[in-house]
Design a protein around this ligand. Structure first.
Ligand code: SF4
Length: 323
């Protein structure tokens, strides 16, 4: 598999009421072609901010993002349009990302027209793309309000595909949809990643969907990646106490979802993150050292990185009951 996206120590700051908030606090991550990487974490952990930095909507304050072998911040003005065509983003709100006054065929064709395709060919390709995402070709001449939420998200996906991207960042793409549309759109994304041989970062707080569609999963907490692994590694043998708590919070098929008692309190304010390990105020396995030194991601095995002193010391938190 070819590496498409590489993040090295990426930091994203934003400014609020005169204060600097470090939303992303030094992230290393890779995405390979043909792969779906799930990016999970509680609300406010920085995952959407990270997605926006990857596609260039936000500028990293530090660190480096490489896309298709090129360092993004070193792209020339002439190289940037093709970069942005090759790296597309799908947003949570499909209605907000479509212009309500323009027919959807024209909106899908926009990127093709910019790339120099004739209007006739661009509209024909838009019809093909509508078919690919499960909508009738005749839908080309309708307006966004004439579709359901799930259909509008399919239109957003068709528009992203129009540029034949190398990678897509999908930011909570199904969370605004009803339950049946969620499954359909998630399945559609899996099929298209395979068919178009793209890579996709799937940002979501819905762990059940992430488990079903992802190849690898990165767990984010307060601006940091605390664990990365394959789906099987993360679900069958979570190594970071936060990952373990998240997994335990997945609603069960019998409907008896439960709040994990091993994850007390809320995510701390990113304006003043805890010292040492950012998770220590909520971690029932925290040791005195955890308040002082910040653990780095350590390679445990192939595809498996964890940031926790217990792993560094060779002690698995799984061997200690959190109940
Ligand atoms: Fe818990 Fe310490 Fe590991 Fe952080 S480093 S997750 S506080 S045990």
């Amino acid at each position: 598999m070819k590496e498409i996206i590489k993040l090295s120590d990426v930091v994203v700051d934003y400014y609020r009421n005169g204060n600097t908030v470090r939303a992303v606090a030094g992230v290393d991550l890779t995405l390979n072609s043909g792969e779906i990487l799930g990016l999970v974490g509680e609300s406010g952990c920085g995952k959407s901010t990270l997605g926006k930095a990857i596609v260039g909507i936000l500028q990293p304050s530090q660190g480096e993002i490489t896309f298709d072998g090129q360092v993004v911040k070193k792209l020339t003005r002439g190289q940037r349009p093709s970069h942005f065509r090759n790296l597309q983003m799908i947003f949570q709100d499909p209605y907000g990302s479509l212009n309500p006054r323009r027919k959807i065929g024209v909106q899908i064709a926009d990127g093709l027209l910019v790339a120099g395709m004739s209007k006739k060919n661009a509209l024909a390709k838009a019809e093909d793309l509508l078919e690919k995402v499960g909508l009738p070709r005749a839908a080309i001449s309708r307006f966004p309000h004439q579709f359901s939420g799930g259909q509008r998200q399919r239109i957003s996906i068709a528009r992203a595909l129009a540029a034949s991207p190398t990678a897509i960042i999908a930011d909570e793409p199904i969370s605004a949809l009803d339950t049946s549309s969620q499954a359909q759109v998630a399945n559609l994304l899996v099929k298209l990643v395979e068919e178009f041989k793209m890579g996709m970062i799937f940002v979501s707080h819905d762990l059940s969907i992430v488990r079903r569609i992802s190849d690898r999963v990165a767990v984010m907490y307060l601006g940091k990646i605390v664990e990365i692994g394959t789906v099987d590694q993360i679900w069958n043998n979570p190594s970071h106490p936060y990952t373990k708590a998240l997994i335990s919070a997945i609603p069960h098929a019998d409907g008896n979802s439960f709040m994990p008692k091993d994850l007390p309190g809320d995510v701390p304010n990113p304006l003043s993150p805890p010292t040492g390990c950012r998770f220590h105020p909520r971690c029932q396995l925290a040791k005195p050292d955890c308040r002082i030194s910040e653990p780095r991601l350590v390679r445990l095995s192939d595809n498996r990185d964890v940031a926790c002193v217990l792993q560094n010391a060779g002690t698995s938190p799984n061997s200690i009951s959190l109940d």
